[in-house]
Ligand binder design. Sequence first.
Ligand code: FES
Ligand code: FES
Length: 213
Amino acid sequence: MKIPDEFSISRRGLLKAGAATATAPVLAGQAEAAAPAAGPAPVTSLPVTLRVNGKPERLMLDTRTTLLDALREHLRLTGTKKGCDHGQCGACTVIVDGRRINSCLTLAVMHDGAEVTTIEGLGQPGHLHPMQAAFVKHDGFQCGYCTPGQICSAVAVLQEIDQGIPSHVSGDLTAKPLLSVAELRERMSGNICRCGAYSNIVEAITDVAGARA
Ligand code: FES
Ligand code: FES
């Protein structure tokens, strides 16, 4: 097959192109040698100490490790679930220093020295936390994937109400929030349940709240 003229190359042109290719790495190397020395290598790992479910844990973690991955992949606490991995579902909710957070949205190194409670720390089979028992009693789950996050969130919600922390639907920001369905739905709105067990979840939380009241 004939090669069109625009694609043909002379012998001289071929030699020139070859020489340019062969010398390019040498010239690049000279440029690198002339460049100023780079600064210290970036820190990629740091020691992190957490107190997880009452037990001290010392880890050496890549600074990019989320708290969720530190719990699941490094400490093998797989009760905390990874749903969306970007703060939209609440499956990864744990309690850190008394406040619930999405563990997928925060880096483990930011919590050095923190007290972390996961679903495993709330209760175990045979010694269930009252909220775990209420979820069982009221069928507050179907597949169960969202449930550890729902329960951690629910436990923290009742603490928030006890502490008088208002929500978006609290009518009076200075009064103690009500234990109403509207309050509970609003406060639990960051925890998505694809199985739609919402009404049973609210019943379970109301049951525990009633017992506490
Ligand atoms: Fe963290 Fe969905 S996995 S919010
Ligand atoms: Fe299945 Fe909530 S129980 S997602």
